[in-house]
Structure formats: C-alpha cells, structure tokens
Design a protein around this ligand. Structure first.
Ligand code: ZN
Length: 424
C-alpha cells in the first residue's frame, strides 16, 4: 500500500531542515548587527525620531524579523482536526515564514506550485510540444552576480523577441522553423563548492510546434561529462542554435545569420567557439525542474551556502527579483503567486481528500489540536503502533503522484475505505 499519510520520517526531515534555518537566522542577525553599526554614528548627531524614520533603521528591523520568523518556521502551530475514533489527524496548517532562504517553505511551495501550474502547461501539450530548456553561462564571482542576473533577464526577453518573430534576423525565419508560442522562465542560482563562484541559470518550459528535428548529432565543448558518469552528449541543431544565440546576446554581439554561423570571439578573453551551455529536451509531463526554487542549488547535496558573505551576496541579488516570468501563450499567469485554496475539482487526489473528509465528518465531530513539531515527533514515536495517522492534502497528492495514472482510481478507493475501516 502506498504511503498517503505523513509518517515519522516526514516530520524528522522537517526538523532536520529547521537546523539549516538556524544558520540562516544567525546570518540575518549578523546583517541586522552590521546595519546597527552603520546606524550608530547617526544616533550621535540626529534626534532619535530621525533615526526611526531612517530607511536604514527599518532595514535593520526587517533583518531581525526575518531572523526570528525563519528560526521558528514550522516548529510551532501545527493545527489539525483530530478524529479520535478513526485515529486520524487532518492537518490544516502550520506557522510558516515563507522566506526565500527557508528550506522547508521553499520545498513546500515548489510542490504546491507544481500542483497549481503543471495543469496550465499541460493544456498546451496536446497541440504543441513542451521542451525543458536550460540556459547557462560561465560561473561568476559574487560581486558581479547581481549585474549578471540583470543581463540574463534582459537577454532572455530579447531572445523571446527573436523566437516569437517580433524581432527579425535577416535570412532566418525562426518563427517558421520552431513555431515558438510562449514559455515559462525560472531562475536558479547554485554555487560551486570549490571556488565559491555562483552558477546562475534558467530552467524554462518552451511551448513550440510539434515535429522539430531533435536528433542529437553535434559533438562540441559541452558534450563531455567531466565526472565521467555518462556517455558524451550530442546536441541537436536546435540546441546548437540556442548555445550560439545565448552567447551572442549575453556578450552584446549583434544577432545576425553570419554571426550565428561563426561566433565572433572577444579579444583577450577566454574563447567560446561553441557559445554558452544550453540544452533542450522534450519535457514529457516532467515539469519539476521549472518549479524548483531559486535557492534550491544552495541546499543541494545536503550542503548549504558556503558562508555568510555568499548569503549576503545572494540575498541582495535576489532581493525584489521575480523568479518566474511568463511569455506569449502564458501571458497574464503569474507563477510567482500561490493560492492557498489550491483545490482542483478535476484532480483525483483532491477529490480523494474531499471524499475522505466528508466520510470522516459524517460519523464524527473532530476536535481542534494545535501541536509543536516536538510534540508531534514525540507522539509519533509513542503512538506509532496505535496508528494515529497525520493526513494532509499534500500527503494524498504525493501518494497519487507516485502511482501511474491508470492505477489512481483504485488508489482513491483504497485510501477512503482504509480510513473508514479503521474506525474503532
Ligand atoms: Zn519557512
């Protein structure tokens, strides 16, 4: 039987992620302290109300508030409806900080984002082909991260202009070749452990016409896998085109047919005869990459951002920056936004959850329980054998995600009847 409840490991994992948050809180506090040091000389010569009116003072308060909320995120306020007779707790919510650097909040949001927006992309999958397209360029040191992101954002918009045919390249009909309809673009920034350089890149879902030739046939400087974990990768004509145009755009070189055929190199700089690293693959319903979060790379392999200075650089570079941007056929859809009542009537997992609630409510009136994470972990250890189940709409969705579509109706029946039979 697939797991559809939140087990001990789930809560344990959250408590482990809370430890990362302690470090983040410490760094936010350090930023507040620095701000205070910066303010201090002002207090000597200005009236205290002037200091309170000072935007720098407010910045200091923001950092301390962030430190506090990230530190206590998901530790308290786990609210559930407890159905004693059935031994079920239906989780309704928990205190969350929603900070961009909170490992817990970001992983939960990315699941929710997938649930809310994957169907939006799916809508185009019948008529068009969806491609997962990734754009990278050489890693950059922290002090130019912010400018690099600005340049990437601007270059990407220009690229969309060319793809959609709004901007023309003499002798090339890009719109006719690829039938680009629109895309979702998401930012991710990871970090190289060795030299602390940042690796900003875009994950995108591109909606294009069906039948583009994606035969891998070109070997180039991006083909080799340095870790030797896979065979050399060959690239399609389309990928080679992306590698070249991305290079031209980021280097401010005019995009012409001639320049795309033979990339002009910049004197005195390292040469990139094949452009910058990009690849494109049919997404086949797997949109997870685009719904990850901007700081995901900072948490990869169990590691965290290298140090406080890197945190500060990333904080400032991401400050007020929109992670998701939509173009063309996705116009008007803001994937930065999440809606809490993400219930979709057409979704089998959501229907299963609804039916479960109706059945429980028809036989028992629940009591509201509010617990801390520590409480839950203790209860889970003590009551594991008695089988009190913590269930949330997310846990049901996860169970459905893990089985093939044809088995889902059966899973729905199983879950509802199992909880029903569990009635003591
Ligand atoms: Zn959080």
């Amino acid at each position: 039987m697939e797991k559809f409840d939140l087990n001990h490991e789930y809560f344990l994992e959250i408590s482990q992620k809370c430890r990362y948050n302690e470090r983040m809180a410490e760094w936010y506090r350090q930023m507040a302290d620095e701000q205070f040091d910066f303010l201090y000389p002002l207090t000597q010569r200005e009236e205290s109300w002037r200091v309170h009116m000072n935007p720098e003072y407010r910045k200091m308060c923001t950092y301390s508030n962030r430190a506090h909320s990230i530190e206590f995120c998901m530790r308290d306020g786990w609210t559930s409806d407890y159905y004693r007779m059935h031994g079920v707790k239906i989780l309704k919510g928990v205190n969350r900080c929603k900070d961009r650097f909170c490992y817990n909040c970001q992983s939960m949001d990315s699941l929710q984002r997938f649930h809310e927006y994957a169907p939006v992309i799916d809508r185009f999958a019948e008529k068009y082909e969806i491609y997962h397209v990734v754009f990278s360029q050489p890693n950059v040191p922290g002090f130019i991260l912010d400018q690099t992101l600005d340049l990437m954002y601007k270059s990407f918009s220009r690229l969309v202009g060319f793809m959609s045919g709004k901007k023309k390249i003499k002798g090339l009909d890009l719109k006719g070749m690829y039938g680009f309809e629109g895309c979702v673009r998401a930012l991710e920034v990871s970090q190289n452990d060795k030299d602390s350089y940042f690796h900003p890149h875009f994950h995108c879902m591109w909606v294009m016409k069906k039948g583009i030739d994606t035969t891998p046939k070109h070997r180039n400087m991006f083909s080799a896998d340095r870790s030797h974990r896979r065979e050399d990768r060959l690239f399609s004509d389309f990928e080679v085109f992306l590698q070249r145009i991305w290079y031209l755009l980021l280097n401010g070189i005019k995009v012409t047919k001639k320049n795309l055929e033979a990339l002009p190199q910049i004197e005195g700089k390292r040469s990139y005869p094949d452009g910058f690293s990009c690849f494109a693959e049919p997404a086949k319903g797997k949109y997870h990459e685009v719904f990850k979060y901007a700081t995901k790379g900072s948490f990869s392999n169990g590691s965290i951002l290298n140090d406080y200075d890197c945190f500060k650089v990333l904080y400032k570079a991401l400050y007020h920056r929109r992670v998701y941007q939509t173009y063309g056929c996705f116009y008007g859809i803001d994937m930065n936004e999440l809606h809490d009542d993400g219930f979709s009537p057409g979704d089998l997992a959501d229907m299963c959850f609804k039916e479960l609630l109706e059945k429980l409510n028809s036989s028992e009136t629940p009591v509201i329980v509010i617990e801390s994470l520590i409480d839950i972990l203790k209860v889970k250890i003590a009551e594991e054998d008695k089988g009190v189940k913590y269930i949330s709409v997310l846990s049901i969705r996860r169970a459905f995600d893990e089985v093939p579509a044809e088995l889902r109706p059966k899973l729905k029946e199983k879950i509802v009847s199992l909880i029903w039979d569990q009635c003591i």
